[in-house]
Design a protein around this ligand. Structure first.
Ligand code: SF4
Length: 217
């Protein structure tokens, strides 16, 4: 199984924050510069999450804001961000010797902490792309690009079972809920200027029906 971000904070900051920011920020010795953002019409779509999969639940860090409900087993850590130390609570799952998250069921691959799952789990299947060749970011709801490389939590087969669904009021409201949770993360990190208001407005006003739009700083 490939785990691109065993520390999920890297995914949140280097992908999610990097795509939504309107201002530069410093993280891990690197300055991330804002890019134009293409909001895909696909951001309005929904998806299925069938049982007996759990392929997107490998062992990675489970991270929470101080005021987010969290399961037992998290400890405080400080993240360097823009020369500040930002407090988060993390379960690194260091005592978990399996390849999958300690909260995924080995019977039906359901998440035992679904109502309080961390942002990095909750945010799927919103995908934040930062192309190497294209100088812009893109946000959409889309299948896993390397689904074939993921291993199910039940049966150990490769691949995922989720399917993309057409846009609906339910899918749009759920995506807005996730974007507002990301906004709380950005605010906690002091990242005040983001595209999130425009992304939410795009979803509320057009429901994705008028095609992609590009936002330029
Ligand atoms: S917390 Fe839940 S959703 Fe997240 S990886 Fe673990 S089992 Fe999967």
């Amino acid at each position: 199984m490939s785990v691109t971000h065993p520390d999920s904070l890297g995914k949140i900051v280097q992908k999610y924050f990097a795509v939504i920011t309107k201002v530069p920020f410093d993280f891990n010795g690197t300055t991330v510069k804002p890019r134009p953002l293409l909001i895909s019409t696909g951001l309005a779509r929904g998806y299925t999450c069938p049982p007996n999969c759990g392929a997107c639940c490998p062992k990675f860090s489970l991270d929470y804001l101080p005021d987010e409900a969290h399961p037992p087993g998290v400890t405080e850590r400080l993240i360097e961000f823009n020369d500040r130390k930002v407090k988060v609570y993390t379960d690194f799952q260091s005592k978990n010797s399996t390849r999958h998250c300690r909260h995924v069921s080995s019977v039906d691959a359901r998440c035992a902490i679904h109502p309080i799952r961390p942002l990095s789990c909750d945010f799927e299947l919103i995908r934040c792309y930062l192309g190497l060749k294209q100088p812009w970011g893109r946000i959409s709801v889309a299948p896993f690009g390397r689904a074939w490389a993921l291993t199910k939590a039940v049966g150990n087969e490769k691949g995922t079972l989720c399917e993309i669904l057409p846009p609906s009021d339910k899918s749009i409201q759920d995506t807005i809920r996730k974007l507002r949770r990301l906004e709380a993360w950005a605010t906690h990190f002091g990242l005040a200027e983001t595209w999130l208001p425009e992304i939410i407005q795009f979803l509320e006003a057009t429901k994705g029906a008028k095609g992609n739009i590009t936002l330029v700083p």
